[in-house]
Write a new protein. Sequence first.
Length: 399
Amino acid sequence: MVNNAHVFVVDATTFPVHRDRLFCGVKNPYNENTRHGLYADLFAVRPGDLVFFYQSRIDEPRKERGFRGIYRPISPPFFDKSNVRGFGDSRTLTVYGKCPNPKCREPYSLKSGKAGALGSRKCPICKKEHGQHILPNRVLIAPVSYYLYPVDDNTAYINHTNHGMLWTMLFRKTFGAGRARSITHILPEEAQKLARLLRRVNNNNASESYEFKRYKEPDQVIKKRIELDLGPGPETKFESSLEAWIIRNIDKNVPILSEIVGPREELEYFGNNVLYGIGGEKVDILCLHKKAGVRYKATVIELKKGRVPEEALSQIEDYAYWIGQLSTANVATPIEKLDIQPVLIGRGATPNLKKKLVSFKPWSFPIPLATKCNATVKEPILLAYEVSKKAISFDRTNN
Ligand SMILES: [Zn+2]
């Protein structure tokens, strides 16, 4: 069963509205490539997952910053450019779905000025500096346990009196603004840690009496599905389009892709753009698989819009050791044996890669945790993709 959890970045002007009107909103970049990257992040969110907020701006009071929660998505992602007014404590605030300039009303986020300077962020259509976040890509949520006080950064990242680590979030912080994303998928063990810390900071008291006013019901958003334009094919418009399509359909029984992902009941987690290194190293898609309560496999999918080059093999060498640790170090049930299954997806492969794949030798290495784990990197699976009729099909080109 999938146990995905997501952290949405908010600030002091947007969080109160999301909290009181029960939705998450994310930007809508005018640049299509960037927008498809954001869709990839958003398409991983499914009803039944967990949602946390992270209130992040440096200029906010320290006690207001940090992780908040806990919520559950109750709708698929949808597009809605209506402006949402707060309620109760947030009644003076509005989350916009479109440009506030009455002559414009276009649903695109502000575009950064030179070097991302805050003062010169403009609407990409009318060029007005209106200073509002435009957040028309949305998901409806319901509170699971609403905690009044956030978990601050020090408690989350450097306090050693609670076990576990928030690796995937920490790597985003280390990078600074450039690598920040509005949604980060966190591993099941990281979500457990955040929930533990929220309980601790709030002395185990979830607020029972907090009043919410949902801005829409799930049946009102069904027709507002976000369209992903793949282009005429056979190649996708951008690599981010391929990523977004796969993330949206990863658990939908797509032929061949579903064989890679394996039985749904064993799929414990999937996420895109998963960071594993201080230098910003990432894998495109990570799936974790669990059998009889124990994680046993990590599937790492690397995507190429065009042909997969031979460098893909050195990439596997780069990530294997770190993904091995990321997948095993903080789990509640120790893992003795982990398979790492590399998957390469592109419009076929270069002749050099094909040649090298033939002589690929799986290798193993120990991960000396409290319970020693042995990790094995399996022979890569190569898939060729093709866009036709607004969908993507896959073909297995080796083994
Ligand atoms: Zn405008």
